[in-house]
Design a protein around this ligand. Sequence first.
Ligand code: ZN
Length: 127
Amino acid sequence: MNREFLRWLSRVFRTSKDSAETFQWAKVESLPAHLAAKKLYLVGDDECEWVAAMSCPCGCRSVIQLSLARDRRPSWRVRRHRNGTVSLLPSVWRTVGCRSHFILYQGRIIWCHDMPYFDDPFDSSFN
Ligand SMILES: [Zn+2]
């Protein structure tokens, strides 16, 4: 994990005021027709999860689906934290529609257009 990035992240967390508005997560066997806002759906069975999905946090209501399959590129990693929040890494960058670029980190959306330094800060050390 990149040090500059961690410093930046802690600054963002200190200055943000909406800490109560965190993402929840839900494990589902199949994706519901309508996704609730601020909820990360993890689609899978007891053995594994293969897709994470959410309604785009920018409010455009697009459904974002992300592969969790490790043998696929790109793929994302989900971390559940002890405080009940969830992180999704690496960042999500939509190439169509609203083109949102964000990180879901400990239940919070961090918009990457505010990021002064971005050089794929996440690596396997996040485990
Ligand atoms: Zn959007």
